[in-house]
Write a protein that binds this ligand. Sequence first.
Ligand code: COI
Length: 354
Amino acid sequence: MDIKIEKTTTPRQKPQTDNIPFGSFFSDHMFVMNYSDGHWHDARIVPYGPLTLEPSAMVLHYAQEVFEGLKAYRTADGHIQLFRATENIARMARSCEKLCVPPVPDEDYLQAIKALVKVDKDWVPTAPDTSLYIRPFVIATDPKLGVHASSTYIFCIITCPVGSYYPEGINPVRIAIEGREVRAVRGGTGFAKCGGNYAASLHASEIAEKNGFSQVLWLDGVEQKYIEEVGSMNVMFKIDGTIVTPSLASGSVLPGVTRKSCVQLLKDWGYEVQERNISIDELIDAVKSGKLDEAWGCGTAAVVSPIGEIFFGGQDYTINGNKIGPVTQKLYDTITGIQWGKIADPYGWVIPVC
Ligand code: COI
């Protein structure tokens, strides 16, 4: 793919702090490519700025859009690398299929990410635990109000230097278990990374935040009985020595790249990992009987985040004395160690950029 590059003449202000709030400062350039007449064309890197859309653009009305989230990391010797980018690319293809969006060819996608990160390499931060968050997305642009798939699209990639997703950093978060509203239903878009899933989660998340929780933990949309995921991460529990995480079989849980990495590491460390339905009753019984050793969330933005408290049925339950547990810590250290090139990558997860 031939990518035209137009460099900015007015560089943007970089964040003046190492404690960079997530997703608030955008780097100088963005990648853009258009889809029409059945193919992607006009690949370009241009200064970050507004996209021009008609007010009738279909994405604005029917939310035909998909997105991804991945990161570029600066190693101690100044190189820049991606983590499992091909997994994000494959997931976006699955999201595209569900949302009737034409997929971006895999090689073009990776080339676009690498080219953009190279152009904005000075935006990959150097402070510990910081990285460049990469947000690719596709939006439907046909100026039409009939409910059909669009025939034109924009694929865009923006990037932003980030620190921790949660203000708590690696300290345990408080999560409210949502017993009334649901995020996704069987047969719906839960497994896809599309804006609609996140819009549907806002109302319950806002109430939870007002009550002092970081996020909500969703239950399944059929029986409201089985644990699914937290707003921005998958969840895992260590119960009586065994690792349990909600199965992806229902199609309503996001197949997280960090989740997949955690499962692989845990199995390689000799843990029994069960990907299965876990009911809220089973979880609460495990806390009450002292068998819930640890709970954590995992996601690209959140990395590995200990869960210190869960709120359900009007009651607060503390997990592992509201401290990070040894398995959570080991996962965090190993995954971030590989991402920042501090420890060896025996899995071939790292993709060098420059
Ligand atoms: C990610 O972890 O990359 C996400 O997309 C979660 C959230 C910031 C929407």
